[in-house]
Design a protein around this ligand. Structure first.
Ligand SMILES: Cc1cc2nc3c(=O)[nH]c(=O)nc-3n(C[C@H](O)[C@H](O)[C@H](O)COP(=O)(O)O)c2cc1C
Length: 197
């Protein structure tokens, strides 16, 4: 299934093709593709080049127990993600390594790394659906995530599947049109809310 963006200004094809599926095929994601995804994350920009991201990876075909442990942190509305062949958790280091001060943009930088990873995956037809709907405390306990680190998002990774296999409510969301704010609603000139783009 494809669900391309309908941009008002021309954008990169990869950005147009990206969307967040809930139905995944059980086809495994080849290891070299996963390596290239995390390589893409590796080269993301970050404040002080801190690279505050860590990923905890669960590959169903390799280690079902590990996959299930990650999946067990998902909140029930995200149960669909268990059909993906790969799940990951992104984790942010909240303090700078050079002086221990709070890194206000750590979560931002983890998001940027995940965006890079998502687009690299898509270049090889692998889709990533990020989720905030999981229990970060449970993740911390299950995986021994240290203090000063915080689980940020769960990522379902794989090839798109058949929406017909989803429960009715999810199928409707899968097939619903994609909507976005207008650029004028989030780009201002001069002052907040004024001199719109
Ligand atoms: C940080 C983050 C958290 C998200 N959390 C969830 C989630 O818990 N469950 C879910 O189904 N989708 C989640 N999404 C996906 C968004 O709902 C989706 O990106 C948005 O509706 C736009 O759709 P698109 O990605 O297909 O363009 C999340 C996306 C991001 C980036």
């Amino acid at each position: 299934m494809e669900k391309p963006a309908l941009p008002e200004h021309e954008i990169l094809d990869l950005l147009k093709r990206r969307w967040s599926p809930r139905a995944f095929s059980d086809k495994p994601v080849p290891e070299p593709i996963l390596s290239r995804m995390f390589e893409a994350a590796r080269w993301a920009a970050s404040s002080y080049n801190e690279q505050p991201w860590t990923y905890i990876l669960g590959v169903k075909a390799e280690d079902t127990a590990e996959f299930d442990r990650i999946a067990s942190t998902l909140y029930p509305p995200n149960a669909w993600a268990k059909s993906a062949p790969v799940i990951a958790l992104s984790v942010a280091k909240l303090k700078f390594s050079h002086d221990g001060s709070p890194n206000r943009v750590a979560i931002h930088d983890v998001g940027a790394a995940s965006a890079s990873l998502t687009l690299q995956a898509l270049a090889e037809d692998v889709f990533v659906h990020q989720m905030g709907g999981f229990d970060p405390k449970k993740a911390k306990e299950l995986f021994g995530i240290p203090d000063d680190y915080e689980a940020v998002a769960a990522l379902a990774i794989g090839y798109p599947g058949d929406p017909e296999e989803l429960p009715e409510a999810l199928k409707a969301r899968e097939e619903a049109p994609r909507t976005r704010k207008k650029i004028e609603e989030f780009v201002f000139r001069g002052k907040w809310g004024g001199g719109r783009f």
